[in-house]
Structure formats: C-alpha cells, structure tokens
Ligand binder design. Sequence first.
Ligand code: HEC
Length: 160
Amino acid sequence: MRMLKLILALAAAGVILGQVGTENREASKSRNQMLPHFFNSAPAQVLVRACGDCHSNHTEWPWYSYVVPLSWWITRDVNEGRRKLDFSGWETYSLEQRRDKLDSMCGVISTGRMPPRSYIAMHREAKLTDAEKKAVCDWIKEETIGASDNVSKNPMVLGP
Ligand code: HEC
C-alpha cells in the first residue's frame, strides 16, 4: 500500500512538474492552423503530416508531453526543430534559404535521419513509404529547379 501511494504521488508530481515551460503551447498552436499555401500540394502535405509536429507551429501535444521528464525532452526537440526549419515561418526565409531547406528535407528523408526514429515509434503515421519519399524529392526537385530561372519573373516562387 505504501509503495502504491508513493508511486501515485510521484506520478502526480510528474504531471504537475511537466506543465512547467509548456505555457506557450496553446498560443503557438492557434496562431497557426494555416500554413503558407506552398504546403498545400500533395507531396508537401506528406511533410506536414510527418514533420509538422516539430517543424511548424502545428504541434499536437500528446498527453505524455505534459509529464516529466518527457515534457522537457519533447519541448526541447520541438524548439530546436523549429529553429532549424519552420514551415510556419516559411515567408521569413529568403529564396536561397528556402531552396537550401528544401534540398536538405529531401536529404534527411532519403537517409532516414528524419523523422527521428523515437518519434516514429510513437507516431506510426509519420513513417514515410518509399513512394512518398520519392514523391517528395521529385516535387522538391521540380520546385527548386523551376525557382532558379523564375526568380526575376516571379518573386513568389517557393511560396509562401
Ligand atoms: C520529433 C521531432 C521531429 C520530427 C517529427 C522531425 N524533425 Fe527534423 N529536426 C528535429 C530536430 C530536434 C532537429 C535539430 C537536430 C538535428 O539536426 O538532428 C531537426 C533538424 C532537421 C533538419 C535540419 C538538419 C540540419 O542538418 O540542419 C531538417 C532538414 C529536418 N529536420 C527535416 C525534417 C523532415 C523533412 C521531417 C519529416 C519527414 C522531420 N524533420 C521530422 C526534430 C524533428
């Protein structure tokens, strides 16, 4: 009985402590139900589905993301992920940056570095099939090649 009480107390403390640092989550979620239209095409939607939790303001925070120590780890991943690549902030990137980021997206999915394996374990829907990887890389190639001769004619290439 004592052991059970101790476990329950620890679990409760974990849930309470897990809230620390999560205050901004709701704000950043509602800010962005809309991503730039650039992400509307079917291949881009694959990226939104598999990468959006960490690389946009679209993050869905599961219940366990509010429990320490997972809450710290997940918050850090999301902050770091968004800093490197943020679909929601796409319009703040220069054309060069967009092109670089697109190229590296194809790179990381081809090598399987992203989405991180620990994330796929909890989100089966984030696993990309070979056909999806190919569709994403083909789309990226088309967009980025198109961009090099279109920049002067159309400054809106590559979004937002
Ligand atoms: C669980 C959160 C998470 C998910 C899901 C995720 N990423 Fe990441 N991503 C990160 C973090 C954290 C970093 C920064 C650390 C690193 O580079 O490993 C990162 C870095 C990156 C980088 C920058 C790499 C570099 O060398 O600077 C790219 C590009 C990237 N991710 C693309 C993707 C793509 C594409 C997907 C979806 C197929 C994806 N990520 C899914 C967390 C995530």
